[in-house]
Write a protein of this length. Structure first.
Lengths: 508, 904
């Protein structure tokens, strides 16, 4: 017996499966109850006498409406969740080409993926390492594992180009794409191929599980965000037939890929744009809520920032595509919700601005109201929203995940500006191994925001200590606390160990 | 071969360092039969009783001398003699602790005699030199001080030699020395007093001391009738007593015995100090009777000797209690005169305190004799300090000081027993239990220190509880709105302890203190050890736990029963404890409802949780039905009672409306909103504060958003969900009900939430941070915030919950004369005014009109609830009218109360 050190070889500590039907009914009731609460709040907020400083009020309304749309979209998505039952492939085991795109990742990271892919059952599997890093070691490893090795002369189109190049050199009716750090379970194909019994299904997506979630605060928080998406949101999108491809742990029907000309190579989020293209052509998608592959999430702040910058640039730049698309309205709204999520950083910026402006100038967005009135209308809406996130996320979405997201507000702002300026983003591979040591540059904008909030709060307290000032200082403190919780992992010399993972003994 | 004591110490030191510690002396002869042991105990008890008899005889003789002198001398001369005797005692009591040292090591007497004589002479010389100024200061004749100076050298010598006699077992000589004193006083002293007055009596007292010393020092051919236990075991060096520590221990005992008398003169006014002096004299007799018991025990360390000494101490102590308990009032009247009759109510508890001190002295002696003198000092020193603090804190009257002494001697006896009694090896007290005990003790002291005057509702309940039981229940049924449990408890309390401020709050004090170990046990059982300790820390300083410990109302009980009921329900659902958990749950839930009708909200929430558990198959339906039926059966008798109350109040047009105790933070009469919810939440965790503070706290509500966000992704175990549900549901229900009847939404009515909130906070601070240092820091920070809240709650005069009737009325009484009138408003202050008014002044509510006092007499107008327009207007009108015909002499204001003094 030996003890596993590669976290990807452990059993998953999370289940993507949805709740039982009785619970689902309760959740729907909860979501239905939220709508009148939201209306109650906005009916109060949008009354003309609430207008304080017009500019600030406008910003507040914009931010609140944006968040309300996101929240309503979230509830609408989650309310459509449909029960999942695995079905078997109805015919003889089909041939499946497994593509593992590689750039410059260490062989040690890729090898377990290749080996595990080769051992998948339920199909005639051909594993191909698509090496854009031109590494001989990688080639040797592929040979060692009995996998195919494809190298191209021109490295155009990044990951999308790499896959398209491989598509032209293979011919199996199904294509599976795995990021090189995602180790599949043997039954991956058995669990997913059943979805293709329906000839209209173009791809079946499975969760992108971060097996290294307990390796530090950053992967834990990043996983908290992932878990919310691959839990209730992805299940709900599946209910709307609107699940989009996430780039890994996905099986495609080759015919569908060929129908849209392969992966789009102009985008840094090729998977998102590919999904739009497929849905536009009438293809369907399925989500399989089972953890069937174990990957690695970003382990340090710089990796996380890099990943988020890529996603937000890609999704925001896809917004015009979504708007122009000929998708059915339901699907269009679903894509809009997903893409526009990366504008939410602006709302954080707006909320942070209010106490600063109030403490410095005395201007505030709302007028003719009391704390009692505001709380009476806002608290039920806010409280139940949090409860909904907690219940729907099954507790996987944590405060740290929220704080990390809030502290990344600047990424959304930056991406919006760059997208509007028409700057093209490059495809940057998320590093698979974390860096030990502080990374203050990765969180510099958030640190600057904290410094401003601290200074203004101190100034406010020095100037006055009336209830209104205290209230705004408390708001500033709230933002400081959330931002701090988000940036602290980047300032530690060593990652703070989470609950010690219990290694599973496996036979050698 | 002979060895010096130094050799012994060296050997003992080496032995302790290089070998296992010697076994504790359990018996001199472990193999003896039970009969032999009983015989030994009987023999030792006989010796003890013989010496104690001498001591009692000496006491009786000295008392006789005092009584004869009282009749022989003129009152002023007797007062002088009494003052001299007090001074004499002051010199002898601390010196008496030397007896402990020489009893343990008789050879010490010979070696220390010269130094003792020098010390006594120095003290005597100092008194002699300062005789004239001291005499002027104490209003005593310098001759008496010179006599005291002459007595000073005898004090340490006598103590050393008597201790030596006890140590050597020369009990006949010891008894002789004890009896020599009263013999001389009753013969020479009476004659001298008759001839030379107080000075003559004093000279005889000094001579009696020297005579007692002479008897003690007479040469004798007697040999020691017993060998010291250590000698008998042959390991004298290993268990050599630490005489210095033993002396320190007995000095601390003397301090605990006497500091209340010394302080009472400083804290109390003349009459009250006199009352305590009477009490102290009677209690002193009980303590005096057992003085020799520990000294006799010291050289006889062993189980038999301990049993014998304890038996004698119990017999003498309980005998003293029994004697005074027969008719305390009559006894006091007989011995001290009718003016002290009211002291009678305090005699039994105070004599009990002194009897406990006698028992504690035995334990301390045993600890000193068995090498645990250091432990004894560690117990005695904090108790002495606690006694000092309590006496100062409660020393408003004789009853307060007596209570302080009873609490301290009880704690001392328990502590001394813990260190003295042998413990089986299998039973080891975990360190955390010691910490919890310390927290409970600290919490008790905090609750005793945080005193305030009697509040309106308390006064009403005290008034009701003074009625016969049937009348009280009828009164409750017809005009009150509360269930009867706390009233019944108070009814019993008043009959045992009286109606003093502290006495009526004893049930709340006990409940709020018991909450500390209870919350520890609950949180430990529900979560883990750290959560338990954190909860105990928080409960010890929780502002509400302290506030309602100091209120003779049902709220402390409410908290305890709610906590117990929820804890037991969790045990039931977890499958722990079987029938015991069910019984405890049913009793706690029923008691909760009998304590406060709003307790039904907690019980209802719990029943709902049971139903959910049944639906999920986590609880057998049959068992639930059976136990719930029992609960319903227990609550059933309350239903007609409650219905009667409701209909009586409805027909009187009152409904269940009560005068609101709310301060100005929440607008009275308005339907509660989010701000009221926040305010109640802040009250529950941080206590009552001034309106300005509450406004500032409420303005910090965005931090509540942070708290809500930080709950994202936290574990949601079912026990936590149950505790949260039980903590929130009653408040939410009352919030909803408050939209119709605003006064019901007040934290008092769902105060059971407070201990549950503390459990949740404790869980959060111990489970959210991962590093132990951060956990400790978080716990300390929360406790510090609560302590800050507590300090502001108790000390800030702007706290709108503080109604200082006590100060207002005591100021009035200080200025009032017979024939003066107190007029008060609102009318329902009648009970609280009557509670504090004990000078026989005429009182009437303003609603009955303004009386016209006779010329030269005063009228005091006392007004409270001035935040309510109708009472404010009434008071202002009355002041205007009175000002036309009377002179406004004085205006006074204490928290929530205004007074005006008019003279005609």
């Amino acid at each position: 017996m030996t003890t596993i050190t590669d976290t990807r070889l452990r059993r998953p500590a999370w289940s993507a499966a949805g709740p039982a039907s009785v619970r689902r009914r309760w959740i729907r009731l909860l979501l239905v109850a939220m709508v009148p609460l939201a209306l109650f709040y906005f009916a109060w907020l949008l009354q003309p006498e609430r207008v304080g400083n017009p500019v600030l009020y406008g910003l507040l309304i914009a931010a609140e409406l944006f968040n309300a749309c996101q929240a309503l979209g979230f509830w609408w998505t989650c309310a459509r969740e449909r029960p999942w039952r695995r079905s078997a492939w109805h015919d003889l085991p089909p041939a499946v080409d497994v593509f593992i795109p590689v750039y410059d990742e260490p062989v040690a990271v890729v090898e377990p993926t290749v080996r595990a892919a080769s051992e998948m059952t339920g199909a005639e599997v051909s594993v191909h390492v698509l090496d854009d890093g031109d590494s001989d070691d990688m080639q040797l490893m592929a040979a060692r594992c009995g996998a195919g090795y494809i190298r191209r002369a021109e490295h155009e189109g990044a990951k999308a180009g790499n896959i398209n190049h491989a598509l032209a050199r293979t011919d199996a009716p199904f294509v599976m794409v795995l990021d090189c750090d995602h180790v599949p379970d043997p039954e991956f194909l058995e669990a997913t191929l059943g979805c293709f019994n329906d000839d209209r299904v173009a791809f079946a997506q499975t969760p992108q599980y971060y097996a290294n979630w307990d390796r530090g605060e950053v992967p834990a928080a990043a996983w908290g965000q992932q878990a919310l998406f691959f839990g209730p949101i992805a299940r709900g999108k599946d209910g709307h037939d609107a699940m989009f491809c996430c780039g890994t742990n996905v099986v495609f029907r080759r015919a569908a890929l060929l129908d849209v000309g392969g992966f789009p190579t102009e985008s840094v989020t090729e998977d998102f744009e590919l999904s739009i293209a497929l849905h536009e052509r009438g293809w369907r998608s399925r989500y399989v809520p089972e953890v069937l592959a174990h990957g690695l999430g970003p382990e340090d702040m710089a990796s996380y920032v890099s990943q988020q910058q890529r996603w937000s640039r890609g999704c925001l730049s896809a917004l015009p595509t979504v708007l122009r698309s000929s998708l059915p309205l339901r699907l269009k709204v679903q894509y809009m919700l997903s893409a526009s999520f990366f504008l939410s950083g602006w709302t954080v910026l707006v909320y942070m601005t209010f106490p600063v402006v109030r403490l410095l100038t005395g201007a505030q967005p709302l007028a003719s109201t009391t704390a009692d009135q505001f709380l009476g209308h806002f608290a039920p809406y806010f409280g139940l929203s949090l409860l909904a996130v907690t219940v729907l996320g099954g507790g996987a979405y944590t405060f740290k995940a929220f704080a990390l997201q809030a502290a990344s507000f600047w990424i959304h702002v930056q991406s919006t500006v760059l997208t509007l300026l028409g700057r093209r983003g490059g495809f940057v591979v998320t590093p698979k191994e974390g860096v030990v040591g502080p990374q203050p540059r990765a969180v510099a904008p958030a640190l600057a925001a904290i410094a401003v909030l601290l200074a203004v709060a101190g100034y406010g307290l020095l100037r006055d200590r009336d209830p209104a000032t205290l209230n705004n200082v408390a708001f500033a403190s709230l933002h400081i606390a959330v931002l701090l919780a988000g940036v602290v992992p980047a300032l530690r010399r060593r990652p703070l160990p989470l609950a010690a993972p219990r290694p599973h003994p496996v036979p050698t | 071969m002979t060895t010096t004591p130094t050799d012994h110490r060296t050997t003992a030191h080496r032995t302790r360092r290089h070998t296992a510690p010697p076994p504790r002396p359990r018996a001199a002869h472990p193999q003896r039969s039970r009969r032999e042991s009983a015989a030994a105990v009987g023999r030792l008890a006989g010796e003890q009783l013989a010496v104690a008899g001498g001591q009692v005889g000496a006491g009786v003789g000295n008392l006789l001398f005092a009584l004869v002198a009282a009749r022989l001398l003129a009152p002023s001369a007797f007062a002088e003699l009494a003052a001299f005797l007090a001074l004499y005692l002051l010199i002898h009591v601390p010196a008496g602790s030397l007896s402990a040292g020489s009893a343990l090591a008789p050879e010490l007497a010979a070696r220390a005699r010269r130094r003792a004589l020098k010390g006594g002479a120095v003290v005597g010389g100092a008194i002699a030199v300062l005789a004239i100024p001291l005499g002027a200061l104490l209003d005593l004749s310098p001759l008496l001080l010179l006599a005291a100076a002459a007595a000073a050298p005898t004090a340490p010598l006598l103590a050393l030699d008597r201790g030596r006699l006890y140590g050597l077992g020369r009990r006949t000589r010891a008894v002789g020395s004890l009896l020599a004193e009263p013999a001389v006083r009753l013969t020479i002293g009476v004659a001298f007093a008759a001839v030379a007055g107080a000075v003559g009596g004093a000279i005889a007292v000094v001579a009696a001391g020297w005579a007692a010393l002479a008897v003690a020092q007479l040469p004798s051919g007697e040999t020691a009738p017993f060998r010291r236990a250590a000698d008998a075991r042959g390991d004298d060096a290993a268990t050599r007593p630490r005489t210095g520590l033993a002396i320190a221990a007995f000095l601390l005992l003397a301090l605990i015995q006497n500091q209340d008398v010394l302080l009472s003169n400083a804290l109390l006014d003349g009459d009250e100090a006199g009352r305590f002096a009477v009490l102290s004299t009677l209690g002193g007799a009980a303590a005096f009777a057992t003085t020799t018991v520990p000294l006799m025990l010291l050289p006889r360390a062993g189980r038999d000797a301990l049993r014998a000494a304890l038996g004698v101490a119990f017999v003498l102590g309980l005998g003293a209690v029994a004697v005074v308990a027969v008719s305390p009032g009559a006894l006091v009247t007989l011995v001290f005169g009718g003016r002290y009759e009211q002291v009678g109510a305090l005699v039994v508890p105070y004599v009990l305190a002194m009897a406990l001190l006698g028992v504690a002295r035995v334990f301390v002696a045993h600890a000193c004799a068995t090498g645990r003198a250091r432990h004894a000092v560690f117990v005695l020193a904090p108790v002495a300090l606690m006694h000092l603090v309590l006496v100062v804190a409660l020393g408003d009257d004789a009853a307060g000081i007596a209570t302080a002494t009873l609490i301290s001697t009880t704690a001392l006896t328990a502590g001394a027993a813990t260190i003295a009694l042998p413990r089986p090896r299998a039973i080891r007290i975990p360190r955390e239990l010691v910490w919890v005990a310390a927290l409970a003790l600290g919490g008790l002291v905090l609750r005793l220190l945080a005193t305030r005057g009697i509040w309106l509702d308390e006064a009403t309940e005290i008034h009701q509880a003074q009625m016969p039981m049937g009348a009280m229940l009828e009164n409750l049924r017809t005009i009150d709105v509360h269930p009867p449990l706390h009233h019944i408890i108070l009814w019993g309390t008043i009959r045992v302890l009286g109606t003093g401020e502290l006495a009526v709050r004893v049930p709340s004090l006990i409940a709020a203190t018991a909450m500390i170990p209870l919350i520890y046990a609950a949180a430990r059982d529900i979560y883990d050890r750290r959560a338990g300790m954190a909860a105990a820390v928080l409960a010890s300083v929780a502002p509400f736990a302290v506030w309602y410990a100091d209120e003779a109302r049902m709220y402390a009980l409410f908290m305890v029963f709610a906590l117990l009921a929820v804890w037991m329900q969790i045990r039931i659902l977890r499958g722990d404890g079987g029938a015991a958990s069910w019984i405890a749950y049913v009793v706690a839930a029923a008691a909760l409802v009998y304590t406060q009708y709003f307790g039904l909200l907690f019980v209802g929430t719990q029943q709902l949780a049971f139903v959910i558990a049944i639906a999920r198959g986590a609880l057998p339906l049959r068992r639930f039905v059976a136990w719930t039926a029992l609960l319903a059966l227990l609550i059933a008798p309350l239903v007609p009672f409650a219905l009667d109350q409701f209909s009586a109040n409805e027909s009187a047009g009152r409904g269940f409306q009560q005068p609101s105790q709310a301060g100005g933070s929440v607008e009275p009469g308005a339907a509660p909103g989010a701000y009221a919810a926040l305010t109640n939440l802040a009250w529950a965790v941080l206590g009552y504060h001034s309106n300005a503070t509450m406004t500032a706290l409420a303005a910090m509500w965005p931090l509540g958003v942070l708290l809500a966000l930080s709950l994202l992704g936290r574990g949601r175990s079912w026990p936590t969900l149950l505790v949260v549900a039980c903590a929130l549901a009653p408040g939410v229900a009352l919030f909803a009900l408050g939209q119709l009847k605003p006064f019901v939404f007040e934290v008092r009515y769902f105060i059971g939430t407070v201990p549950l909130a503390l459990v949740l906070i404790a869980r959060a601070v111990t489970s959210w941070p991962r590093r132990p240092a951060v956990v400790a820091g978080a716990c300390a920070a929360v406790a510090a915030i609560m302590a800050l809240g507590l300090a502001d709650q108790q000390l800030n005069g702007s706290n709108p919950r503080v109604y200082d009737f006590k100060s207002a009325l005591s100021r009035i009484e200080a200025r009032a004369e017979p024939g003066d009138v107190i007029v008060f408003t609102p009318q329902y202050l009648d009970h609280v005014v009557a509670y504090y008014e004990d000078e026989g002044l005429k009182m009437q509510p303003l609603e009955d009109g303004l009386p016209a006092p006779r010329r030269g007499h005063k009228l005091f107008l006392l007004a409270s609830f001035q935040d309510k327009p109708q009472y404010r207007t009434a008071a202002q009108d009355a002041v205007r009218k009175l000002s036309r015909r009377h002179d406004l002499v004085r205006r006074d204001r204490v928290p929530q109360i205004q007074t005006w003094e008019f003279r005609r």
